[in-house]
Design a protein around this ligand. Structure first.
Ligand code: ZN
Length: 138
């Protein structure tokens, strides 16, 4: 069995963003040489997410509005976590958007439905953060 590990680094200039990382993950699969297996992709931070959905800008705007309703950033004083920091909302947004995805690799490619894409969801950006890609298979 082959095993592959790589960290993808991000430094988003805004507090929040959604970034399509599908091609980065496919590049990892190419490098791994795995034709049949599984890929795990997870945020290595507790204020960022990795999830699968549509690469459609209207939907990403809708996510942002929805997440702000669920866990508004301001006023930061509404959260007990915000003692010496201001990212309680980012922890909550990450919780609902998820930590990781696992996807099948078949024939050396992500075995996806038509509209499935992998995204990095940033909720407390403006600093360097990592995503782990782990691949196992043959
Ligand atoms: Zn925090």
């Amino acid at each position: 069995m082959k095993s592959y590990r790589k960290e993808l680094w991000f430094e988003v200039p805004t507090r929040r963003a959604f970034i399509n990382i599908t091609s980065d993950v496919q590049r990892c699969i190419d490098e791994s040489g795995v034709k049949d297996g599984l890929v795990l992709v997870n945020a290595m931070h507790i204020t960022a997410s990795v999830f699968i959905n549509d690469d459609e800008s209207g939907l990403h705007h809708d996510y942002d509005v929805w997440l702000e309703k669920l866990a508004p950033h301001a006023p930061v004083s509404q959260y007990r976590h915000n003692v010496g920091e201001d990212n309680a909302d980012a922890h909550m947004k990450r919780q609902i958007m998820g930590r990781e995805v696992v996807a099948a690799i078949t024939g050396g490619y992500l075995d996806f439905g038509t509209w499935e894409r992998i995204f990095y969801g940033e909720f407390d950006g403006r600093r360097k953060k990592r995503v782990l890609v782990k691949i196992i298979g043959e």
